[in-house]
Design a protein around this ligand. Sequence first.
Ligand SMILES: [Zn+2]
Length: 343
Amino acid sequence: MMKSNRASTAALVATVFFASWSSGALAWKEEGHKLVAQLASELLTPAAKEQIKKLLNPDDAPNITVAEAMKTAATKPDELRKEKKYKETAKWHFVTIPLSSDGYDRDQHCPKSDCVVEKITYYQNILKDQTRSVGERKEALTYLIHFVGDIHQPLHNADNGDTGGNEVWVSVGDGQGEPINLHRFWDENSVKAIGNAFEDKAKVLRSKIQNEYQGLKNEPVNPGAWATESFKLAKNNAYTSEILEYWKENKQDIKWAHEFNKKINRVNENLKEKKKKIDELKRLRYSDSEIHKKEEEAREYYISQVKIINRQIIAVYNKTVKKKHNLAEYIELEDSVDSLKPL
Ligand SMILES: [Zn+2]
């Protein structure tokens, strides 16, 4: 029953317009990370290039360009974090700096050194340590290429109690499009806005950093300063007064919507269990009437639960969103509950 999950997401939708957002801060996701890697590869010294080639080029494709190898590495950590084995790495991709702060402070924001800022330093040290194995240094370089991208995404460095903008919903442009959360807006839409094809985007970015590059190239690596810089961009450009107002007004409803989501998930889990038992009965060749009884029970359970949760979702939705064309979809869902056949 994915529809109900969607409905509770829609309950959070607000029509916050993004009339103006700074083009000074550019953000990531897959393409963003690849753009960072592409540009970085163009600025390497020949010696650094040689080293990277040794570390990153796979044995079965020794001749791919350094740029290609770096672009491939750039998106790897986001794939890994989805795997159970690498679950603990998920929090390394960002740092939670509350909007009320002035900037990054290690003791306050990353005391366990498990955030993007400290991980950059950590992996930098492994990368330059020649006594480490090739495997360790390759992993360090892969994380570095990725994390330097993440730390420059403003919303990976700022938080307003909304998991870095993940709980604030915005409509882009005329406000009629599919709503997206603020974090994703900076991950994806800001990258899309740079240009059309990858090479067009790279060209735009290249020209933007051209003048700064000479001054920047001898600056020390300072992830703390990068985090503060990104944090300030988030504070001044992403968290507009409209966004802050939205959060203040809807915070409670969003909390409720989270509760509804949990409930829906629980119902779905229970239903899965019931279905498993029915399959077992079928396998053991129980009588048709016995199986039918169990199916009816499961169906009644499902409908009664979904109906309650659905009403709650619609109540929140009515309160937070007034757009009729969206609302109709969920009223339809409510009406169709009676005809739902989960089995
Ligand atoms: Zn990441």
